[in-house]
Design a binder for this molecule. Sequence first.
Ligand SMILES: *[C@@H]1O[C@H](CO)[C@@H](O)[C@H](O)[C@H]1NC(C)=O
Ligand SMILES: *[C@@H]1O[C@H](CO)[C@@H](O)[C@H](O)[C@H]1NC(C)=O
Length: 510
Amino acid sequence: MASFCLFLFLLLLLLLAAHGAAPVLGFTRSDFPPEFVFGAATSAYQYEGAVAEDGRSPSVWDTFTHAGKIADKSTGDIASDGYHKYKDDVKLMAETNLEAYRFSISWSRLIPNGRGAVNPKGLEYYNNLIDELVKHGIQIHVMLYHLDFPQVLDDEYGGWLSHRIVEDFTEFADVCFREFGDRVSYWTTIDEPNVGPIGSYDSGIFAPGRCSEPFGVTKCTAGNSTVEPYIAAHNMILAHASATRLYRERYQAVQKGVVGINVYSFWTYPLTNSTADIAATKRYQDFMFGWTLEPLVFGDYPQVMKTNVGSRLPSFTKSQSEFVKGAIDFIGINHYYSVYVNDRPLKEGIRDYAADMSVYQRGARTDPATSEYLPSVYPDDPEGLQFVLQYLTESYGGLPIYVQENGKASSNDILDDTDRVEYLKSYIGGTLTALRNGANVKGYFAWNFLDIFEFLGGYQSGYGLHRVDFNDKARPREARLSARWYSGFLKNNDIFVQSKIDDKGLVARQ
Ligand SMILES: *[C@@H]1O[C@H](CO)[C@@H](O)[C@H](O)[C@H]1NC(C)=O
Ligand SMILES: *[C@@H]1O[C@H](CO)[C@@H](O)[C@H](O)[C@H]1NC(C)=O
């Protein structure tokens, strides 16, 4: 009897261990299923350069950077010169053992008037890039839209602020599905619809730089921080659903691909276990994830958003609700850090998104609180990624999830980026723990493959596995330690990846 009890006790321990698997320290590529993909990402405006070449028209980011809005006054005019160097870069991806590559399409390169005629040179560039990836056996993940909105449509009707965007976005997506869908199976419609509208229309730090007093972090000449972010996000959700439905009706049977949307993700811990802080944490998650995902999975915005935002939050008609509900095959997340959240009473008077959320947040427990858009420090927290993956699986019907961006910045000069190696290793470990705990995660993309123009920081800091020398016209690439580490990991060679990796030994062996 005693031994039976002991047996039960041990079984219980085992079950507990299996449920809340301990953080993974040592692992190799083969601990992940073979169909799980590992890749790296870039985006069009940040990577391509050649902004005035071969018929491309400006995006709102060309206008914004040329107005001197980036701290270092930089622009994406040349960026990493990917428009000219893509062939060598794909070769470099193959040498880095990438299994997949995520890039975005410059709408104003493909369709310079925003709608209508397709630019043959733009079409040729993306066809060539895709063919090159196919040739090297690299799985292709396309982000249709990554912040670089065509200036011509912003001028015409205010871009995402107008319902007219739904039709134009759908037509842009249609061109991409039709032209590239024979070789592309993974489509993400929109990058960060839960953050882009805040940067663009609330704080004003993203193009087209709109905001209103007292909310912007800069002085804006036009905008309305209290309503525009909600309108833009609403139109993004409708545009996403429209493109997804089009794909399902016209292409999916033959092309067999999937269409998802991307959300930016913090993991959120309650600062204390008080009821108010736990509710504040849930509210944060509803504002961050639920804003985009609840309509697409359940057909409407989270109740707490409807309550706190009130009439400033657009509503879905019954038919719109049915139209958006279920229009999603997978969730893409961009993930970097975690935040600690505590309750902040809902402010009377005019509010923007951050005020509507009514929380204080901080990047570390000991940090001073901020009610602003972003905390000031971000310690690494690989468990945060694990928790996000588990939370999204549990909350949104078990949809497949791709980690579409994850990485850490370093100064552009640095080649021996041991920090980044530690970061990637631990976050990939967090992904594996989530997978073992039942999260439906299907892929992981490092942000990013090489140094590019960063939307907030220009060229001062990079996230690249490969360094790009932006002071050299030829934009030469040079592998960082992280590129060598990732490549070794993906080759699944005999390097045992553990928490204290022998970085020197790894370099010596390569
Ligand atoms: C923003 O829009 C709201 C709702 O239409 C309006 O009440 C408010 O006055 C506007 N604010 C500004 C700064 O234009
Ligand atoms: C809150 O409770 C959980 C579960 O009991 C515990 O793990 C955590 O440390 C507590 N957090 C704080 C800030 O006390």
